[in-house]
Design a protein around this ligand. Structure first.
Ligand code: ADE
Length: 278
């Protein structure tokens, strides 16, 4: 059995330090790509080593386009993480995905346009070569399956597949955009899954997203259109469920055998990396 360490990226409304037992002082990290969103909180959940990082900072001060996704993922990797569980609030683009439901995201539609999307960026601080990483399966299917099992154990509704549309934000979508995303095949919508999942994959991390629907965006005429109050109210009344799922998922991940899975993720990076020929 390989040992694991789990990075937990807390999203809007999920920065609970009581998620786990701290075992070290918070750590301020500097990466070649700048500062992460906050200090790293080291601790354990059921004896499993974990590192908690709030995506928007502890006071929710960093808006989606300004989250330093590269620094966040780099810091978690440097801290020794093998896995990342990413919590995110999202809007639902489907009738059957109700506010309060969870989705283990299986694919994405990238509608972002001003973010750093790779570590292999040709800069002095960047990683070498050009990486054309396949995105047929961006999310770790094994970690997703364990998150689904954790949802079942916690008695919460989990949609096992879902396409996340990630918009640049910080504004929400117009009604026309929301309806277009439904036609395009989007199931849920947020502002952070891309490039987070891509960068995690570049570092060979097993990344899975626990997305909680907080609203029906604005396509559904019979519901109040999304606004911050709606998002926060759903988040608040369901945060305990998210904490229960993450705690149970951490235990399941620790019991799983990753000896072939982690090297295969790393191999897919090296196979698709074009290094300069000297
Ligand atoms: N996060 C939560 N709800 C959202 C929505 N409707 N659109 C984008 N991001 C969201």
């Amino acid at each position: 059995m390989s040992t694991v360490k789990i990075g937990i990226i807390g999203g809007t409304g999920l920065n609970q330090p009581d998620l786990f037992t701290p075992d070290k002082p918070d750590e301020q990290v500097v990466t070649p790509f700048g500062d992460p969103s906050d200090t790293l909180q080291h601790g354990t959940i059921a004896g499993v080593p974990c590192v908690l990082l709030p995506r928007h900072g502890r006071g929710h001060t960093i808006h989606p386009s300004r989250v330093n996704f590269r620094a966040n993922l780099w810091a978690l990797k440097e801290a020794g993480c093998t896995h990342v569980l990413a919590a995110t609030a999202c809007g639902s683009l489907r009738e059957e995905i109700k506010p309060g439901d969870f989705v283990t995201i299986s694919s994405f539609i990238d509608r972002t346009y001003k973010r750093e999307v790779t570590f292999h960026d040709g800069s002095c601080d960047g990683l070498p070569g050009i990486l054309h990483l396949p995105m047929d399966e961006p999310f770790c299917k094994h970690t997703r399956a364990l998150l689904q099992q954790a949802c079942d154990a916690a008695g919460v509704k989990c949609h096992k597949e879902g396409v996340m549309v990630t918009i640049e934000g910080p504004r929400f979508s117009s009604v026309a955009e929301s309806k277009m995303f439904r036609i395009l095949g989007g199931d849920v919508i947020n502002m952070t899954t891309v490039p987070e999942v891509v960068l995690a994959r570049e570092l060979g991390l097993c990344y899975a997203s626990l997305a909680m629907a907080t609203d029906y965006d604005c396509w559904r005429s019979s519901t109040e259109p999304v606004n911050v109050e709606v998002v926060m109210a759903t988040m608040k009344s369901n945060a305990e469920k998210a904490v229960a799922v993450i705690k149970s998922a951490v235990e399941l991940i620790a019991q799983h055998d990753w000896t072939e899975i982690i090297p295969s993720l790393k191999k897919s990076v090296t196979m698709n990396l074009m290094l300069p020929k000297c």
